[in-house]
Ligand binder design. Structure first.
Ligand code: DQA
Length: 149
């Protein structure tokens, strides 16, 4: 049973109310339900988490080593600042997808640099909440390719 960790960084708990013109009207809980629905017919299990704390995200990444088969991470603002999350991701040995609701490359210049991208297998951004489902499909493929190799 492949286990996928879906990590969400700071302020994503406010989705639905937070700048809906950028991030949409769905709450994080709506997105979690959609992810669970999306894998219902498969053997994938998901662990969906959010934290506003960089240290907690690092702890969860460390705790996932050897436990999860794939990681989807929307590091939110820590994308643009966190060497600690980069270093934690360097320690995991499973596929990683970096995810953003918005297209970070069409926004302010400080959002156009990611500390996370160099260690991610791929990046999905700009598709709003649907990006989570695209990321689930992408990580499933990466996990099954890894199992077969
Ligand atoms: C975000 C983009 C980040 O720049 C921002 O700080 C967020 C959300 C996104 O999902 O579009 O909090 O990661």
């Amino acid at each position: 049973m492949p286990k996928i960790l879906i990590l969400n960084g700071p302020n994503l708990n406010l989705l639905g109310n937070r700048e809906p013109e950028i991030y949409g009207h769905e709450t994080l809980s709506d997105i979690e339900q959609q992810c669970r629905q999306h894998v219902k017919a498969s053997d994938i299990t998901i662990d969906f988490r959010q934290s506003n704390s960089e240290g907690e995200l690092v702890d969860w990444l460390q705790g996932s080593i050897g436990i999860v088969d794939g990681i989807i991470i929307n590091p939110a603002a820590y994308t643009h600042t966190s060497v600690a999350i980069l270093d934690a991701l360097k320690q995991v040995d499973c596929p990683i997808i970096e995810l953003h609701l918005s297209n970070i490359f069409s926004r302010e210049s400080f959002r156009q640099h990611s500390y996370i991208s160099p260690v991610a297998n791929g990046l999905i951004c700009g598709f709003g909440a649907h990006g989570y489902l695209l990321a689930m499909d992408a990580i499933s493929r990466l996990v099954s390719d890894k199992e077969e190799s």
